[in-house]
Design a protein around this ligand. Sequence first.
Ligand SMILES: [Zn+2]
Length: 380
Amino acid sequence: MIKKATLLALAVCLFLALLSPGLVQAQGELTILDSSAQSEFPYRLNFSLSADSDVNITDIRLHYRVDRMGFARVTSEVYIEFAPTNTVYIDWPLEMVKIGGLPPGSSVDYWWTVEDARGDKVETAPARVNFDDPRYSWQSLTEGKVIICWYEGDQSFAQELMTTAQQALARLAEDTGAELEKPAKLYIYANAQDLQGAMIYPQEWTGGVAFTRHGIMAIGIAPANLDWGKRAIAHELTHLVIHQMTFNPYIDLPTWLDEGLAMHTEGLLEPIFTDYLDRAIAENSLISVQSLSSPFSAYAEESVLSYAQSYSLLDFLITNYGQEKMLELLNTFRQGSSYDGALERVYGFDMDGLDALWRNYITTPAQVSQEMPLALEAGY
Ligand SMILES: [Zn+2]
């Protein structure tokens, strides 16, 4: 009986030893003591690691992956420089200026691999760090795939912006058949200054930014500027939807199509744009569709005309050829078609053909069209 009990105890010990080798191995094996990440929005993410071994630790790598749309899951690997030693404390900053910045609400997954001189290797489990803007107490409101985050103004303010967003999506779907495929997060800052504090390259004119690959947009909307803010939401939300649905590894959309759709969703053109358009028609100084396919000029006057013409081109295409053709055009671009190739396939004319037909359309009397864009903006 005693013998049996002893045998059983031995078996249990062996079993435990097999289950948790760490408990019975000699102390000093390669061990991760701590791993963490802290955000210093908007400038950097600080990653920290401490590890210990009875021999020198010789190799430490940080692996991280930004959560955003991509054609492949891109993992970055950072070789940490340090002097080999038994116990290491590593701090490594991911500087946003080096990767072009990340928007509020984005997140990064990370893990470490550590190796010692004996050849033991440990990989930590992936962890996620959120890159939130901690300067404000954010509230949020969700409807369908739209999430509005804001900190100044009451519930009805947020509700009004939500209604604007939903109406813009409905208008865009009616014009083009395009819909949000993934959630869109809207960060509403109380003014342009607050918004600029969230960016590493703040520009004077930044009123709104769509981070299309993240499904995130950030806009500064002061209560006194609500009308502008509503247009900005419609405009930037359109960029998100259109980028989600045409995302491909081959080619960007022609700028006139991307900006024209965004302006068209805003509603009627504002007078400043119609004025520029009318003057360009009168002076025969319209910009060609070919030129409008590239990023717009940084010069204010030419830029305003570029937005105005883009609106007008979309107005022409949607009015004359309808929603189905526009949806077909977007789907053709998603497959990576050339600009001329996509237009020819869907409408039967190329960029020069569109240019000629559209000029004829806008110089024909009885055109009443109005509309407007946002201030200038940056796209990511
Ligand atoms: Zn735009």
